[in-house]
Design a protein around this ligand. Structure first.
Ligand code: TMP
Length: 218
């Protein structure tokens, strides 16, 4: 949990699960309710983070060693925590972040088999223990998600998608990893199966839980 006066919400899930759309809905909803909030994403969110994002997602980077890849995600996260997320939570804002530490556990850990103990340690020192208060996991059938993602992602950001086309097991392992994390931390995770739900139905479920949690904090 965040040790700050703010409230930290992350959205997680494989490609094409609808995270960005739902994060946009949530941000607009909170703004209309006059709740101070901030919307951001990983990798990225700072000038250096955005440059690291380009390196990580551009297919031109080719195959990256899993540990080197992990360090790049963590470097982006470190900047993000110090410059953006930590200060916003300190000011009492609701911070909505598309992807965070669970992405590293799911993709680099369950997907690429970097030992989870390394990743928990790196996440912990990078974030100084700042953890999401609520994580919304949008679950989707990998095949459905992947084809959605190909249709709305620019060529310069398709490095992971292209790899998933060749190695379906990687994508299934990431999805399975997310579901395991949700089982491990049921008090933090809200899991929504989006495969046969409209965007509006999914958002209604998120809205209800966010509202309850924010009210619970007074
Ligand atoms: P996206 O912003 O379009 O979701 O792309 C981000 C990609 O980076 C996605 O394939 C997931 C991956 N990723 C990791 O592998 N580890 C991480 O820690 C994060 C934040 C993202």
């Amino acid at each position: 949990m965040s040790k700050n006066p703010g409230f930290f919400i992350t959205l997680e899930g494989i490609e094409g699960s609808g995270k960005t759309t739902q994060a946009d809905y949530l941000f607009s909803f909170l703004k209309e309710a006059n709740i101070p909030c901030f919307l951001t994403r990983e990798p990225g969110g700072t000038p250096l983070g955005d440059r690291i994002r380009e390196l990580l997602l551009n297919p031109k980077s080719g195959v990256i060693d899993p540990l080197a890849e992990t360090f790049l995600f963590e470097a982006s996260r470190r900047e993000h925590i110090k410059q953006i997320i930590g200060p916003a939570l300190g000011e009492g804002k609701v911070v909505i972040c598309v992807r965070f530490t669970d992405s590293t556990l799911a993709y680099q850990g369950y997907g690429r088999r970097v030992p989870l103990s390394y990743l928990y340690y790196l996440n912990d020192i990078t974030t100084e223990g700042i953890m999401p208060d609520l994580t919304v996991l949008l679950d989707v059938e990998p095949q459905v998600g992947l084809s959605r993602s190909f249709s709305h992602t620019s060529e310069e950001e398709l490095r992971f998608e292209k790899e998933f086309l060749v190695s379906k097991e990687f994508l299934w392992a990431v999805r399975d990893g997310y579901l395991r994390l949700a089982q491990e931390y049921p008090e933090r995770f809200l899991v929504i199966d989006t495969t046969n739900r409209s965007e509006e139905e999914v958002f209604a479920m998120i809205q209800e839980v966010v509202w309850q949690r924010l009210r619970g904090r007074g």
